[in-house]
Every structure is written in structure tokens, then in C-alpha cells.
Design a protein around this ligand. Structure first.
Ligand code: FAD
Length: 393
């Protein structure tokens, strides 16, 4: 079986390996001058390639039942065994799986070596401009193939090669593409407070939609000149659909009552200090200033002069600092795509199109958006393996 794979990223390389292992004759077309270029940037160069806790709940999609079926029996052990088979043992830190060497380049190299060992052809520097079905086969770059795997990515980080071409091609084959949005991306807030720029704070971040807390994440939040960044913020970003607030609890280790009591007691000794200095051991001064302003308090007032009610307002502003979200950053800053080829038109176990026989999809091109933590690359391996193996049958 002669298989063409468009896209030599994570999903395309996994597709090629599994197709070649199943006896297929594989050609990978990659627009960049090398395969696996995006992989090199993942996990800050360490490649967080899977997670010990793989479950459909970690993904956003319009078709959760598809993921239930596609991920069944293909959790973390699948990734561990696959990488062991190409000479890359994994190590796990707080659930996140990395290559033991902590080098993303080792992952890209191992996949490339395995493709070459199996006889797959890697045609790099070839940006495919289109493909068509001809009498049950596929014409790609003037050559006929029995099978075609679209693994061209989504629209995130277009400088690394994925510019939405795959969506246009999927549509040309008659597939529905759910509107793509940048995901795992920073959030822009209404009237950003520039004095917060550069601050990093351990916080609990809640996405509030229609007055309801729909999701809570904890970790280091970064304040920028346009709004909010950091892993917990990226995790909340797929929930933004035009209306959302992010409420930060800047001291989540204390509940409201215990923090009020602790600060009241402290005020008996340090009451002459203004809130910024008084809370210097708890929070960055500028965050305290912001909290004072949000609570309607003058930031220079000595804490000892605050009434209990005012102190409670300050505690409330620290534990519930709310930001109205007006948008996300755009594709160049996004780590992945929300939306994509509609899963209802794909077979979950084989990733084959239900509309065009012999056409397969793998990776970010599909409507599968994972959380931070290795989930997106895990999807690339699982969907690539399924498409590759099925394409060779
Ligand atoms: C900075 C950054 C860090 C990330 N870190 C992580 C992480 O640590 N863990 C994690 O799980 N996920 C991470 N991700 C997300 C993850 O990298 C992607 O979800 C994953 O790479 C998607 O794989 P893919 O093969 O589907 O698409 P891509 O990796 O985008 O590969 C698609 C390939 O297709 C090629 N292509 C596109 N169009 C054409 C064409 N017309 N002709 C020929 N070739 C074409 C592109 O050049 C590209 O090489 C990160 C993303 C970014 C941007």
C-alpha cells in the first residue's frame, strides 16, 4: 500500500512509523527543511510528550464520545511503549512525561531515524499546494498514492509550518471544519494595569462564565502589559468564547476567615505600615496596591487604621481579583488550535474519513484540543498511530 503523509510534524512522523511498520510504502511531504521542527520548541525544549493521566476529560472537543473510543487502551502506556521502541525512555515529573534525556531534539531525531530505518521517504522542503482523489486513489505533487494521511497541523505557531492549509484541504475533500480558535494562549484583559507587568504569582485562577465558575486551575500566573499568562491561564483559554472573567485567588492557601484573622492579629503589631509593606511577605506590592484600589481603599493608609469591614474588603479583593477577558493573543503565540476537522466525519479507531475512503487525519488538524501537560502530543502519537497502521491495511 502506497501512503502519502502531508506534514512531517509529530502526528505525521507517528503516522509514517506505524504505516511503515505495517508494511506500507510511505512518503512524507514536509514544507520545512526538516521534519519535527515544532517538536523542538515543545516543553521549553524538553518535549512534554505525554502524561501519566490520559483521559478524554483533558481535551476540549465537540465530540467527546469520539475521544472515549479513540483513547481507549491508548493511554500513557501506549506512549511509553512507543518511545521505548524507538530508543527513548521516558521520565515523569508531576504527571508530565518527558524523554529521559530532557531533550526535544532526541525525540525528533528518534522518530526521523525510525522512519528512515523502515524505508519511509522524507521529502522535506516540499510545501504541498493541493491533493485530489482520483478513482479511489490520491494525487499528491504529481504522484499517485493509495492512501493519504493529512497531518498538516492546525493554525497555531504558523512560523513553524502549520498555517491552516490542512483545513482548506479537508474542506476541499468535503469535510466540515469547526471554526478554529487559538488555544493554550495568553488572555487579554479589559484595561490592563501596566504596573503589574512582569509580576509572577502563585494563584488559583477561576474561569467565570455567565456568573458561574466553570473551571479552576492552580499555578504560576504571569501578569503582562496586555493581561494574563502562565500555565493556569493557558489552561483556561479554550473556554473563552467572547464572554468570560478570570477571578484570581492570590492567596489560595488561606480561606477568607483564616486570612482575615491572621492579618487582624498581625495588624496589632505592624499596623503603622501601609498595605503594600504590611503584606510584603505575602504578595508583590503592586498586587496589594491593585487589591486596595479594587476594594476602594487608599493604598497609602496604615493598615491599623482600617476598620474590620475594610480589612475584610481587602482580603476579599486579594482572594477574588477579577479581570474581564476581552480576547486571546493570536495564532503566533498559541500552542494549539481549538476546533478543526469535525470528528463526526471520522472513524475513531482508524482515523479514516467517513466521506472519502482511503483518506485519514492525524493530530492537531482534528477537533481535539488538549490541556497543557503533554496531552496534545499524546493525541498526535495516538491518532498518527491509528491512521498509519490502518492506512497500510
Ligand atoms: C511553543 C509550543 C510548545 C508546545 N509544547 C507542547 C508540549 O510540551 N506538550 C504538548 O503536548 N504539546 C505542546 N505543544 C503543542 C504540540 O506541539 C502540537 O499540538 C503538536 O505538535 C501537533 O502535531 P501535528 O503533527 O498535528 O502538527 P504540527 O506539529 O503543526 O505539524 C504539522 C506539519 O505539517 C507541515 N505542513 C503544513 N502544511 C504543509 C504543506 N502544505 N505541505 C507540507 N507540509 C506542511 C508543517 O510544516 C508541520 O511540520 C506546543 C506547541 C507550541 C507551539
Amino acid at each position: 500500500m502506497k501512503t502519502a503523509v502531508i506534514g512531517g510534524g509529530a502526528a505525521g512522523l507517528a503516522s509514517a512509523v506505524f504505516a511503515a511498520r505495517a508494511g506500507g510504502a510511505v512518503t512524507v511531504f514536509e514544507g520545512n527543511d526538516r521534519v519535527g521542527r515544532k517538536l523542538l520548541s515543545t516543553g521549553n525544549g524538553r518535549c512534554n510528550l505525554s502524561n501519566a493521566d490520559i483521559s478524554p476529560a483533558r481535551y476540549t472537543t465537540a465530540c467527546p464520545s469520539f475521544l472515549e473510543a479513540a483513547l481507549k487502551g491508548r493511554g500513557f502506556d501506549f506512549a511509553r511503549e512507543f518511545f521505548a521502541s524507538v530508543g527513548v525512555p521516558l521520565t515523569v515529573e508531576e504527571g508530565r512525561a518527558y524523554p529521559r534525556s530532557m531533550r526535544a531534539s532526541a525525540v525528533a531525531d528518534a522518530l526521523r531515524f525510525e522512519c528512515l530505518r523502515l524505508g519511509a521517504e522524507l521529502r522535506t522542503g516540499v510545501r504541498v499546494s493541493g491533493a485530489e482523489a482520483v478513482k479511489g486513489r490520491f494525487m499528491v505533487e504529481g504522484e499517485m498514492f493509495d492512501r493519504l494521511i493529512l497531518a498538516c497541523g492546525g493554525m497555531a505557531a504558523p512560523a513553524l509550518g502549520s498555517d491552516g492549509f490542512g483545513f482548506r484541504l479537508a474542506k476541499a475533500f468535503g469535510h466540515r471544519v469547526l471554526e478554529p480558535y487559538p488555544a493554550l494562549v495568553q488572555l487579554r484583559v479589559l484595561g490592563p494595569d501596566k504596573s503589574l507587568k512582569g509580576i509572577r504569582a502563585a494563584a488559583r485562577a477561576a474561569a467565570v462564565v455567565g456568573g458561574r465558575r466553570v473551571r479552576v486551575e492552580e499555578g504560576e500566573v504571569q501578569f503582562t502589559d496586555y493581561g494574563l499568562s502562565g500555565v493556569p491561564i493557558m489552561q483556561l483559554s479554550p473556554l473563552f468564547r467572547g464572554e468570560m472573567e478570570v477571578a484570581l485567588d492570590l492567596l489560595p492557601e488561606w480561606d477568607f476567615t483564616s486570612l482575615t484573622e491572621e492579618l487582624s492579629a498581625l495588624a496589632e503589631r505592624l499596623g503603622e505600615l501601609p498595605p503594600g509593606d504590611f503584606l510584603g511577605g505575602y504578595l508583590h506590592k503592586n498586587l496589594t496596591r491593585r487589591a486596595c484600589l479594587n476594594a476602594g481603599l487608599e493604598p497609602s493608609r496604615p493598615v491599623g487604621s482600617l476598620t474590620l469591614r475594610e480589612l475584610k474588603s481587602l482580603v476579599g479583593a486579594i482572594k477574588n481579583m477579577s479581570f474581564k477577558i476581552v480576547g486571546t493573543n493570536s495564532w503566533p503565540q498559541a500552542q494549539t488550535t481549538r476546533g478543526g476537522v469535525d470528528l463526526r466525519e471520522i472513524e475513531p479507531k482508524t482515523m479514516e474519513s467517513r466521506l472519502v475512503r482511503g483518506l485519514y487525519f492525524a493530530g492537531e488538524i482534528t477537533d481535539v484540543c488538549g490541556e497543557c501537560g503533554g496531552y496534545n502530543l499524546h493525541w498526535a502519537w495516538v491518532s498518527g498511530a491509528a491512521a498509519g497502521a490502518a492506512s497500510a491495511r
